[in-house]
Design a protein around this ligand. Sequence first.
Ligand SMILES: [Mn+2]
Length: 375
Amino acid sequence: MTTPVDKKSVPVSIGNKRVKGKLEGFLNIIEEHRHKRFYVCSHDNPDPDSIASAWGVAHILEFLGIAEPQIIYRGDVSHPQNRAMINVLNIPLRKWSDEIKGEADTAFIFVDCVGNQKNMTIPSDPLVVIDHHKATAPKGVFSIHDEIGSCSTLVTDLMLSVPPRNTVPDSDEEGTELYCFDSEAEDFRELATALALGIKTDTIDFRSETTTDDDIKAYRLLCRQISDDKFSKIVNYELPEYMFDAEQLAWSNRVQDTPNLISGLGFVDEGHSDSIPYLADKMMRLRGIQTVVVYGIVGNSVRASVRTSSSSLDCDNLCKEIFGEKNGGAKQGVGGAIVSFNVFDIEQMPENDKKELWELTKTEFERRFRKATEK
Ligand SMILES: [Mn+2]
């Protein structure tokens, strides 16, 4: 029989060697820059893993006595589940503003990315990067890096590994030890909920190839601390009305040749672009369907989501064949593409031209889809 773990027992670390090996260096670098204003930054497409990691790092900084570290991102939080996460957990996430660039004495920590990729456009050099992707940090930047299932796992381990702090003892009492990973701390349940969601989503429920025992260990540990209510509220997030409108459109615009289906949504508002991946997933659930492309024109680009469960098609090839070698990619049956129309200013176009542009786009991508799937 196993003994349930005492929620108040002293926390153990996950034991990731890459975290352990960098702990001292991390603490030193924070100490060295402690007078600065810290910004913890997500990449441009904040997802549960990057949001939770950033919040976790901000929590560590506060524990280390850094005044008011800020969590920031550039780009958009578009997926309705990610918005639900921010609202339900009340995560103090702020959007990048150009004023930050002008501030003196700032220090930036990038999480879930290393800073020299396309998905990170915050124009400041990081002091520290914490990441789990196959990518190398820029030269000279202090990095905590391991190719595991999620960045939230690394951050959870870091939280557990930070040495406890002694409170100032009263005259006749001894000081008590305070831990960074402390279920009694303010907002800790919410933070644990966020980190658990980060691990769950980034590992695709522990099915991704990169999932390690560390991810599972961190998840189990966090699950003892989460708010069950809030966790399920986010997992079963509410959908905005436009999602149902988009679904109706996707259904009526579909070109279906079972097991293949493609559907174009026309011009999609930037703020509604999350309907594209959502509907690609949904269409995959249609009986007999194995390969789906849902796409639309968002701003000056075509955005597409590609899915396949077919054993004869490779999703990455499919993305590249339909949308161009450099415009898309996929892993494990899930992919996407962005094709820029940067010679046009679509918003300024007369309605008729826009209509024609859409017709051309539709004809071309449907043709390419047919060609790529009929092999
Ligand atoms: Mn991640």
